[in-house]
Write a protein that binds this ligand. Structure first.
Ligand code: NAD
Length: 360
C-alpha cells in the first residue's frame, strides 16, 4: 500500500483523445461516424439487452456490417475473445478497413477493447450502463480465473456515443448498482494521490448529479431527462477512473471479483459504503467535497442508496465463503497501490467481515 508522498509536488494527468456524440437518438449517427473513420467493415458486438439497437444498427450499416458477436462475458475471458477473433479472421477484417462497435455494458465494451488490442481496429463504444469503461484505456482480461489488467491510452475507444434512450431499459436494481459503481470511481478519484483540480471537479459533479437525479430514474425508469443526467454522471465518473489511480475500493473489488467470480456492479455497490466509512476519517479533503453535496454524512447517503437494492447486499448473500476472506485481505494488504489510510491485513479482514455479514 502506498500513502501519498507528501513531499511529491509533480502529478501527471493523461488526457485521452476521444470524440463523444451525446444526446437522445445519437446512436443513429453511428453509420456517419463509421464513414468518417473511413471504415468499410464493422464488427458489431452487443449484449442481449441491446439486441434491438444492434439489429437497428446492423440494418443501417448494410454491407458495411462484416460480422456480429452477441455473447460478451463479464471480465473479458480470453476464450470468448478468441471466438470473436475467429469471426474477425473469417470476415477478412483488418486495422485499415475495420472498426468494432460495442453496444452494451462494460462486458461488451471490454470485448471490443480486447479485439482492438489484437487487431488495431478502431472502436466505437455505445454504453448502456454507467460502468465507465468507454472512456478508459484500461482492459481487464481473465484466463483460467486469473485477471490481468493493462492500461494503455491506445486501448481507449476513439468514439463514444452516449444515447440515454439505450439506458431506459435498465431495471431499477441495475440502475442503483451501476450508479454506485460509477460513484466508486468518483470517490476514489477524490482521495487519489494524483487527483487534480480537474478530477476533483469531475468527481464532485458526478456525485452531485447522481444523487440529485437517481430518485427520478428509480421512480420512473423511462424518465429520459433523469436518464440523461445519470448517463452524464457516469461519463464524468468514467473520466475519473481514467485519470487517477484507484485505491482500496477497486483493489478489494478486483481481488474479490477475481477470486470468487462475483457480479461486478453488485459487488461495487455493497463495498462502497463500507470503504467510505473506513477511509473518510483519514481523507478530509474527500469528506469535505462530499459533504458540500450531501451534508454532514456522505456514508449514510451512499448506504441509503445501497440499502434500497432488492438483490444480494452482503458477501454472504453472494455466496462468498467466510473462510476465504483472510486470503483476500492479505492479498490486498500486500499492495502496492495508493490509499489515504494505512492499514494491515487484520484491518482489512475486519472490513471484509462487515461487508460479508450485513449491509452497513
Ligand atoms: P455488464 O456489461 O456485464 O452488464 C450487466 C448486465 O446488465 C448484463 O446482463 C447486461 O445484458 C445487462 N444490461 C446492460 N445494459 C442494460 C440496459 N440498458 N438495460 C437492461 N439490461 C442491461 O455490466 P457492467 O457493470 O456494465 O460492466 C462490467 C464489466 O465491465 C466487467 O467486466 C468490468 O471489469 C468491466 N469494466 C471495465 C472498466 C474499464 O475501465 N476497463 C470499467 C468498468 C467496468
Amino acid at each position: 500500500m502506498i500513502v501519498k508522498d507528501e513531499g511529491s509536488v509533480v502529478t501527471t494527468t493523461t488526457l485521452l483523445a476521444c470524440r463523444v456524440l451525446h444526446g437522445p437518438g445519437s446512436r443513429h449517427e453511428i453509420p456517419v461516424e463509421i464513414d468518417r473513420l473511413g471504415a468499410r467493415q464493422v464488427l458489431l458486438v452487443s449484449t442481449r439487452s441491446a439486441e434491438a439497437a444492434a439489429d437497428e444498427l446492423a440494418g443501417a450499416l448494410g454491407d458495411r456490417l462484416a460480422a456480429r458477436f452477441d455473447r460478451p462475458v463479464v471480465h473479458t475471458p480470453v476464450a470468448v475473445t478468441a471466438d470473436a477473433m475467429t469471426l474477425v479472421a473469417d470476415a477478412g477484417m483488418d486495422a485499415a478497413a475495420g472498426a468494432v462497435v460495442a453496444i452494451g455494458g462494460g462486458s461488451a465494451i471490454g470485448l471490443a477493447k480486447a479485439v482492438s488490442a489484437r487487431t488495431g481496429m478502431r472502436q466505437v463504444a455505445v454504453p448502456t450502463t454507467y460502468a465507465g469503461s468507454e472512456v478508459t484505456g484500461v482492459l481487464g482480461e481473465t484466463d483460467n480465473g486469473i485477471k490481468t489488467t493493462r492500461r494503455d491510452p491506445a486501448l481507449a475507444p476513439g468514439t463514444v456515443v452516449y444515447d440515454a434512450e439505450l439506458t431506459v431499459s435498465m431495471p431499477a436494481g441495475l440502475t442503483r448498482t451501476s450508479g454506485l459503481n460509477a460513484l466508486a470511481h468518483a470517490v476514489e478519484a477524490l482521495w487519489a494521490p494524483d487527483a487534480s483540480a480537474m478530477t476533483d471537479a469531475l468527481a464532485t459533479e458526478a456525485f452531485d448529479i447522481f444523487l440529485t437525479h437517481l430518485p427520478d430514474a428509480l421512480a420512473d425508469g423511462a424518465d429520459l431527462a433523469a436518464r440523461e443526467q445519470l448517463q452524464s454522471a457516469g461519463w464524468l465518473a468514467g473520466l475519473c477512473l481514467a485519470q487517477t489511480r484507484m485505491g482500496l475500493h477497486h483493489q478489494l473489488a478486483h481481488a474479490l471479483g477475481g477470486t470468487f467470480d462475483l457480479p461486478h456492479a453488485e459487488l461495487h455497490a455493497m463495498l462502497l459504503p463500507h470503504v467510505m466509512a473506513f477511509n473518510l476519517p483519514a481523507a478530509r479533503h474527500t469528506a469535505a467535497r462530499l459533504e458540500r453535496v450531501v451534508g454532514s454524512d456522505p456514508v449514510a447517503a451512499i448506504a441509503g442508496i445501497a440499502d434500497g437494492y432488492q438483490g444480494p447486499r452482503s458477501l454472504r448473500e453472494l455466496g462468498v465463503p467466510r473462510e476465504g476472506l483472510r486470503e483476500v485481505a492479505e492479498q490486498v494488504a500486500a499492495g502496492p497501490y495508493p490509499n489515504p489510510r494505512t492499514f494491515d491485513a487484520d484491518d482489512l479482514l475486519g472490513l471484509l467481515e462487515r461487508v460479508w455479514s450485513s449491509p452497513r
